[in-house]
Ligand binder design. Sequence first.
Ligand code: ZN
Length: 103
Amino acid sequence: MRAVALANCLMGAGTVRVVGANTIVPEAVLTRVHGTWRIYVRSDLSEERATFAVLHEIAHWVLGRAASEDACDALATAILRRQGGPISVAPGVASPLASVAAA
Ligand SMILES: [Zn+2]
């Protein structure tokens, strides 16, 4: 998953940890453990969902705590588009690229 490589490049090696589906409620979480950033992502996600979830958490790290969920989804989507990968969005969230794709 290129998102893991991006997280490791930006936030340090071993940033992304895959955890059991019942360990965390959201698809992924960003947290600090003993001064080190960690992104925990659930093991039951599809490759596409896990990629988006990791990119969304990277966006939280880049944009800061004040960033909205929509802003983090938009940045994650933009990174996916830039990588030439599939464009996916969180369930129920309108993609900022929807109007581009429809054009
Ligand atoms: Zn979020």
